[in-house]
Design a protein around this ligand. Structure first.
Ligand SMILES: O=C(O)CCC(=O)c1ccccc1C(=O)O
Ligand SMILES: [Mg+2]
Length: 329
């Protein structure tokens, strides 16, 4: 981004709106999602690095948000995006309720490898989803939580149950483990997708160069924005899936623009997560309808900002974080 497209810090601070959105279901251990919103010439943008992220990482998310509010927008190839339902690592008895918020969908991403759970819990979750939605495609996401042997164990157990998966997202943590696991399971017809190995490493292309993934998950915010994410997609020469980070509809709109700007998009995208929120910042949320979300900007609603306004000390925390992180741009 060129310097002249970066707004002054004082303008960012005075225009910042900070909300704490309630979740319907705990996700990543969270019951509320804090996000900072601001408006630029293009419209609203969201800055919402998770609170534990260090400033250097949060700065990449800020560059992405500023670019979406102030920068040039890409050429778009489509005006709606096919999306998957996202199922947190809930117990089987909660699955029907959680998935009912997503409307119709063809694909479910199921979280596995949750701390404190075991592979039996994962299998039970997967089987319950297929009981409720026998025709849905299933993908798994372990957030790097498995050892290689555990991932292989889960894959083999699913095989013996006759359950096919579309792909397995970040089953293990490191690129070296991803490469080794991919070798083992590609033989069984299982594809490996990289998420953290793209967005939480110094070189987002390293996992592709190491032949350690079949698919890349691309998230606009942690990659520094739509332009950078598109470059990665073009250079990696792998199929990509655009996903999000439990954003408000404003953050999801950036994901929708990125997904719309990818020339070849063959998988459903992880952009239906507004269904996990019990509140949003707009009267017209980017909600999946019949398995698609629109590609459009989102208008923020003043009364929603008030209803979900974060507590004073959290506002202060975010504004101080913004001032520190801005200096890193
Ligand atoms: O990809 C999806 O289906 C939704 C987004 C998602 O799973 C997610 C949301 C917040 C933080 C991390 C992740 C993740 O993909 O690991
Ligand atoms: Mg993931």
């Amino acid at each position: 981004m060129s310097q002249n497209q970066i707004p002054a810090l004082a303008d960012l601070v005075s225009g910042a709106r900070i909300v704490a959105l309630p979740l319907r279901t705990k996700f990543r251990g969270l019951e509320e999602r804090e996000v900072l919103l601001f408006e630029g010439p293009n419209g609203w943008a969201e800055w919402s690095p998770f609170v534990e992220y260090p400033d250097e990482e949060a700065a990449v998310w800020l560059a992405a948000a500023i670019d979406f509010a102030h920068g040039n927008l890409p050429t778009l190839y489509r005006d709606r995006i096919a999306v998957n339902a996202t199922l947190p690592a809930v117990a089987p008895e909660h699955i029907e309720r959680v998935l009912s918020n997503f409307g119709e969908f063809a694909t479910v991403k199921i979280k596995v490898a949750e701390a404190g759970q075991n592979i039996g819990d994962d299998i039970a979750r997967i089987r319950r989803v297929l009981e409720l939605y026998p025709d849905s495609k299933i993908r798994l996401d372990a957030n790097g939580g498995f050892e290689i042997s555990e991932a292989v164990d889960l894959i083999n157990q699913l095989k013996s149950l006759g359950i096919n998966i579309e792909y397995f997202e970040q089953p293990v943590a490191s690129i070296a483990e991803m490469a080794e696991l991919k070798l083992q399971v590609n033989r069984l017809g299982i594809k490996i997708a990289a998420d953290e190995s793209v967005r939480k490493v110094s070189d987002p292309l390293a996992v592709a160069q190491a032949n350690a993934a079949d698919i890349l998950i691309l998230k606009a915010a942690p990659l520094g924005g739509i332009v950078r994410a598109l470059e990665i997609a073009a250079e990696a020469e792998l199929p990509v899936v655009v996903s999000s980070a439990l954003d408000s509809s404003v953050g999801l709109s950036m994901g929708a623009y990125l997904a719309a700007a990818i020339p070849n998009l063959d998988f459903d995208c992880g952009l239906a997560t507004s269904a996990l929120l019990a509140g949003d910042v707009t009267r017209e949320p980017l909600r999946a309808e019949n398995g698609f979300i629109d590609v459009r900007r989102v208008e923020v609603d003043k009364s929603k900002l008030e209803i979900f306004s974060a507590q004073d000390h959290r506002q202060d925390w975010w504004l101080e974080r913004l001032e520190r992180v801005y200096k890193l741009l």
